[in-house]
Design a binder for this molecule. Structure first.
Ligand SMILES: [Zn+2]
Length: 132
């Protein structure tokens, strides 16, 4: 029996869009070290006059970086609002630590979506107890 579902076209388009952003971002040069050096050169008007050589890949990235980052941040905030813990109810022997489940996907808290977000942004969260 074939249980494979055909790929949802909207999901496929979204995946392709996200992969395009990822590839474009990976091709661009990082400004992490350069921005630290440039910060020391801010003039009395609050600006740093910059002369630099930008590759086509850098321009491709910079042209959409602000909008992409706003979109990702808004998406992440929406996911964070959707995936939050709630008391699962029921009887527990540990009243101080009730069993929590995600109010959206109903997985035990922290749910896989929240864990993926937390891992992606490097935010620590307590490990799951052994008896799940
Ligand atoms: Zn969830």
């Amino acid at each position: 029996m074939n249980t494979e579902q055909p790929e949802d076209p909207q999901r496929q388009r979204l995946r392709e869009h996200l992969e395009t952003i990822l590839i474009r971002t990976e091709k661009a040069a990082s400004w992490r070290e350069e921005s630290g050096r440039l910060r020391c050169l801010v003039n009395h008007e609050g600006f740093v006059p910059v002369r630099t050589r930008l590759a086509v890949e850098d321009l491709d990235f910079l042209s959409g970086a602000r909008e992409d980052l706003i979109t990702f941040t808004e998406l992440t905030l929406r996911l964070l609002d959707l995936h939050q813990p709630r008391d699962a109810g029921g009887i527990t022997s540990d009243a101080a630590h009730p069993i929590l489940r995600c109010r959206s996907c109903m997985w035990r808290w922290p749910c896989p979506t929240f864990r993926a977000m937390s891992e992606a942004f490097g935010t620590a969260f307590p490990p799951l107890p052994e008896s799940a």
